[in-house]
Design a protein around this ligand. Structure first.
Ligand code: ADQ
Length: 465
């Protein structure tokens, strides 16, 4: 079996990640093949001190990390990755900061990654690159002579062709994707946007279904919706911390229905829209007052990018005004927490909740939606209110699908979820759980790697950059 090499912006020590979907799944595959995991150490070092390669053996997995300088971090991570690609790929052109210096830093860090990774590679390695931080990595590796099979998976959405075309240098970015043997997206919609872009902007020819030819090279692309480890998450629900959290929530909210939202505090997650829908629910349905409580956990994220501060203030002000307007001496409609909750406690919280609000304006997949379903009591399950703009909506058709931009419609969806009879809740949950089990994280990993293994080898002699 070929050795697997995973490359991602951040590297997780599989021994320390007690639980955590993607890291666990990748660690498992890496362990099977005795693999290598390469990425940024998370450390920022002074200029000139960033040449070191840190290696560490973590069980059967070798971890190799590199440091970044402040200038590289600012341009590559904060600038191009999170100030350009993240907003545009989430359809927020208005939030993109097209500073010309960012792309140079992005390219520089990808070049450094390629230069430092290359000597660690063996001839029959299979490389799997993750996410938008590292789109040009294969092109940089190829330019240095790397011939190994390389796959790329985009965890976030790919926007429609004309939106992608708004990024200065978009053609360079898409051309870089053609250095991979396989490009994976979360949804059929994202794959459709890729096909639309390469056929209209790059005049690529579809050679056969799922394969396109452009820039003197063919690339295979497909939809590989990421899943969760259902058994692992359910075990976490039954484990002491999960069970204790469940009991505490059940006791505390014995007279009230609990709604839950768990997100990183990110403008793509639609948190203000969600709060406005919840306010509308309370305003239009007086019976929900004093009987429904929304727990919203929003973990701090990318606080040194300015758009994230704006969303924090907007959310705080909305939560405050809802509590101020509707709260009673013995009841607050919203319990908002700006912090991360330990992963072991989440399943208990999900299980104690009647409704989950997963209403992003745009999301590659959204694993919270899947975790909520996995954690439910099959005899008395809660209802998932899910944005039709989350990648998860393509698979999770039995959720209560809503349009988060439609405040009244979303409020009506939440009301239906709160009032849904037991039999319908069970039927919907059963169907959702079945899909979750079938397309779990192992299906995703195996499916991608099998497709990469059989992706047709490419002709030599292409110029990459
Ligand atoms: P994220 O945008 O981070 O991931 P999501 O998939 O919802 O979004 O969450 C990832 C993980 O973080 C989940 O396991 C969740 O439980 C955990 N998490 C989120 N908020 C938390 C909080 N407040 N406290 C504790 N834990 C929290 C990106 C893409 C997604 C895609 C994933 C995986 O944006 O669309 O589903 O990658 O591909």
């Amino acid at each position: 079996m070929s050795r697997l090499v995973v490359i991602s912006n951040r590297v997780a020590d599989p021994r320390k990640t007690a639980a955590g979907g993607l890291a666990v799944a990748l660690a498992e595959v890496l362990s099977n093949t005795g693999g290598l995991w390469f990425g940024w150490s998370g450390k920022i070092v002074p200029e000139g001190a960033n040449e070191a390669l840190h290696t560490q053996q973590a069980g059967p997995v070798k971890l190799a990390t590199v440091d970044l300088t402040q200038a590289d971090h600012d341009a590559y991570y904060l600038g191009y990755s999170n100030g350009v690609l993240w907003p545009v790929f989430h359809y927020r052109l208005d939030l993109a900061d097209f500073d010309a210096g960012y792309i140079a830093g992005y390219r520089r860090v990808n070049q450094q990654f390629a230069r430092k990774l290359l000597p660690l590679l063996r001839p029959d390695d299979i490389l799997w690159v993750h996410d938008y931080h590292l789109i040009p990595l294969a092109a940089e590796l190829r330019a240095l002579g790397c011939k190994q099979r390389i796959g790329f998976f985009l965890h976030i959405p790919l926007p429609p062709p004309l939106m992608l075309a708004a990024i200065p240098g978009h053609d360079w970015l898409v051309r870089a994707l053609f250095a991979y043997d396989l490009v994976g997206f979360q949804s059929k919609a994202d794959l459709g946007h890729f096909a639309g872009y390469v056929e209209t902007e790059a005049h690529a020819q579809p050679v056969e279904p799922g394969r396109w030819r452009a820039f003197g090279r063919t690339v295979q692309a497909g939809a590989f919706p990421i899943g969760i480890d259902v058994d692992e998450f359910q075990a976490l629900t039954r484990a002491p911390e999960g069970a204790e959290m469940y009991q505490r929530m059940k006791n505390e909210y014995s007279r009230r229905k609990l709604l839950v939202g768990v997100d990183r505090l990110d403008y793509s997650k639609g948190l203000p829209h969600r709060m406005r829908a919840f306010r509308e629910l309370l305003a239009k349905n007086p019976e929900t007052r004093n009987s429904a409580t929304l727990i919203q956990i929003a973990s701090p994220s990318r606080e040194d990018v300015s758009a994230y501060n704006d969303i924090l203030h907007e959310l705080e002000s909305l939560c405050g005004s809802i509590n101020g307007n509707f709260g009673e001496l013995d009841w607050m409609p919203v319990r908002y927490m700006h912090r991360t909750v330990a992963r072991a406690r989440l399943p208990g919280l999900y299980r104690a909740s009647r409704v989950a609000l997963v209403t992003p304006l745009r999301d590659g997949m959204n694993l919270v939606a899947k975790e909520f379903i996995a954690a439910q009591d099959e005899a008395d399950p809660g209802v998932l209110v899910l944005s039709r703009f989350a990648g998860a909506a393509e698979q999770m058709r039995e959720a209560m699908l809503v349009n988060p931009y439609d405040t009244e419609g979303t409020a009506a969806g939440i009301m239906m979820a709160l009032q849904m009879p037991l039999e319908e809740r069970r039927n919907r949950h059963q169907a959702l759980l079945q899909t979750l089990r079938r397309y779990d994280v192992h299906w995703w990993c195996d499916g991608f790697l099998q497709a990469l293994d059989s992706a047709q080898a490419e002709e030599a002699g292409t110029s990459w950059l």
